[in-house]
Design a protein around this ligand. Structure first.
Ligand SMILES: C[S@@+](CC[C@H](N)C(=O)[O-])C[C@H]1O[C@@H](n2cnc3c(N)ncnc32)[C@H](O)[C@@H]1O
Length: 219
């Protein structure tokens, strides 16, 4: 089994207006957000990111990931749920010669990606990764797997394990208390499966996933 490690510790904490999100949320907003289209990325905050632009904030995370996994020039890395490719770009900026690729279900994100990653991003779904076994030296998936219902999340973790043999990092929505769970439920738009850490760890075990992991907690 892998270990719990906060590889996103360098990311600035997001200011969330939980009350506004909760008041603006209805079945229609949730349905639109779950399309991961223009409204989710660059529409009003009630629908998702409220405008997601590259500002270099993932560079420090990229440095921590490179150090944690000992990534070197020539190694291949896959980011599952890469969105517009910010982390893909920053990993390559931080380690010249690292071969980084991404995969995402959002055609909008991939067609609005950073110029440096054009040709490196694949359209697809996490539970069916179109690559051979052991194709990557490291597989990352940040805030993505919880967007699948549990059986598909299980399959996605199996796929990450198949490609990476456990040299991997997955971060997912979670909570440590009833209070945090209540806040999360007010905030959440797209997650299909979420749980306390032991519930996630059970899913990792069921999938045979042996990589590292951490939690996104709404506070
Ligand atoms: C919260 S965003 C995270 C994006 C990026 N990893 C980050 O941390 O900034 C969730 C991402 O999951 C992607 N996604 C949702 N369902 C997916 C699926 N079944 N397969 C692959 N990506 C998916 C969305 O398009 C979006 O890019």
């Amino acid at each position: 089994m892998g270990r719990e490690i906060d590889l996103l510790r360098s990311l600035p904490k997001t200011k969330r207006n939980i009350q506004k999100r909760s008041e603006g949320k209805d079945a229609n907003v949730v349905a639109i957000a779950k399309q991961f289209g223009q409204m989710y990325w660059d529409g009003p905050r009630e629908y998702g990111y409220g405008g997601y632009r590259y500002d270099g904030r993932w560079r420090a995370v990229a440095r921590d990931i490179i150090a944690h996994f000992g990534l070197k020039a020539g190694m291949r890395v896959l980011d599952v749920g890469c969105g517009k490719g910010f982390l893909v770009k920053d990993l390559m900026l931080e380690r010249t010669g690292l071969e980084v690729f991404g995969l995402d279900i959002s055609l909008y994100a991939l067609t609005h990606c950073e110029p440096e990653v054009v040709g490196r991003l694949h359209l697809g779904s996490a539970e069916q990764l179109p690559f051979p076994d052991r194709a990557f030296d490291c597989v990352l998936s940040i805030n993505t797997i919880h967007n699948l219902p549990r059986p598909r999340a299980l399959q996605a973790l199996r796929e990450i394990q198949r490609l990476s043999r456990g040299r991997a990092f997955v971060q997912v929505d979670s909570y440590h208390s009833e209070e945090q769970k209540a806040l999360f439920e007010q905030w959440v738009l797209t997650a299909e499966f979420h749980d306390y850490p032991p519930g996630w760890i059970k899913l990792f075990e069921d999938a045979g996933y042996t990589g590292d992991y951490y939690w996104t907690v709404v506070e």
